[in-house]
Design a protein around this ligand. Structure first.
Ligand code: PHE
Length: 343
């Protein structure tokens, strides 16, 4: 048989080969590709070839070699894949299963959901708005004077060089959007992320989360505000929780107050959480300023309303006694795992 004939014969032999087991793949390798196999043998016979034929026959042998190697590679892959997926006869039904890692909610979501649930039982709906806002919704409509320090570069992140657009510093902007677009009665809460240009530390962050609330209707009074907040505090922190309102100032409410609850840790006896006062501040509140109503097209002679706003991180810190605000945004599994039973 000439070398050309032999190459042709091997070619058709290879074309018809199929494999049914890894052993056959190995036999194939030994027979055709190993040192003493048929394909290296062809290279040995290459010496017999005349000079004119060298180029064409050399090409044929190389093609054959490539084909043989490709077949071997494909066959190996075929059985490797089968090995990892096959359970034939070797499956140990008594082996313990893979423990599936169960995800959990972020503690801030747990707390936000709880706040939402309490207020929805009191008849509040949830409203949301954009995090990038214009000056009108963050400040002007809320009765902030032109020179108010909160508008300052030190507190507010402006967007690019735009003097009018900023990351909202509170979710009161959503209150404006709601009052502008709806007619009273309005009873809603606005949860969301807010941004302030503060140095990051255990007690401050450049972003955090708030839930604000708004109730506008005829004859809404300060007593309604107080009762709503008392009910909320008892549901959130326990039946024996007391509240205390201290006079305060916000441009968008009049009168304004800050609300403390009796310390959840020492129950008023004094500890380092409440700095030995027995009280901890949790929110700001007040009666919606008539200017704000007018800015939103609501008649302050006809309607009154209350508003309040609290930091979700602050509530979570009190509820779970978290020592460092930064833990909420570091995604450290050791921290997050502790909340896996909360929902
Ligand atoms: N917007 C205020 C803040 O971010 C909170 C607040 C809301 C106070 C509503 C009073 C009424 O600090």
């Amino acid at each position: 048989m000439t070398l050309t004939e032999e190459i042709a014969q091997l070619h058709s032999e290879l074309a018809s080969i199929t494999f049914t087991s890894p052993e056959e793949v190995e036999q194939y390798r030994i027979r055709y590709l190993s040192k003493k196999g048929q394909i290296p043998a062809l290279f040995e016979r290459f010496k017999e070839v005349t000079l004119e034929e060298r180029k064409s026959i050399g090409k044929l042998i190389n093609e054959l070699k490539q084909l043989a190697e490709q077949l071997w590679k494909d066959a190996q892959e075929q059985f490797q894949a089968a090995e990892t997926t096959s359970t034939s006869g070797l499956f140990d039904y008594s082996a313990p299963g893979w423990a599936m890692a169960r995800g959990s909610r972020h503690p801030l979501s747990v707390v936000a959901n709880e706040i939402n649930a309490i207020f929805s039982r009191l008849g509040f709906t949830v409203a949301e708005g954009p995090e990038i806002e214009d000056d009108w919704h963050i400040f002007s409509a809320l009765n902030f004077p032109e020179e108010h320090p909160a508008r300052d570069m030190q507190d507010t992140f402006f967007v690019g060089q735009h003097p009018d657009m900023a990351l909202r510093t509170h979710t009161s902007s959503v209150q404006i959007r709601m009052m502008e677009s709806k007619t009273p009665p309005l009873r809603m809460i606005m949860p969301g992320r807010v941004y302030r240009n503060e140095a990051i530390s255990a007690r401050a962050h450049c972003f955090f989360h708030q839930v604000e609330g708004l109730d506008v209707d005829e004859n809404v009074s300060f007593a309604d505000l107080k009762q709503t907040l008392l009910t909320f505090s008892r549901e959130m922190f326990g039946e024996d929780t007391k509240i205390r309102l201290r006079p305060s100032y916000f441009p968008f409410t009049e009168p304004s107050a800050e609300m403390d609850i009796s310390c959840t840790v020492c129950k008023g006896a004094g500890c380092n959480i409440c700095k030995y006062t027995g009280w901890v501040e949790i929110l700001g509140c007040g009666m919606v300023h008539p200017n704000v109503m007018t800015n939103c097209g609501i008649d302050p002679e006809k309607y009154t309303g209350f508003a309040f706003g609290m930091g979700i991180e602050r509530i979570a810190i009190l509820k779970y006694q978290v020592k460092d605000l930064r833990l909420f945004s570091q995604n450290d599994m050791r921290f997050l795992k502790q909340f896996s039973t909360e929902w």
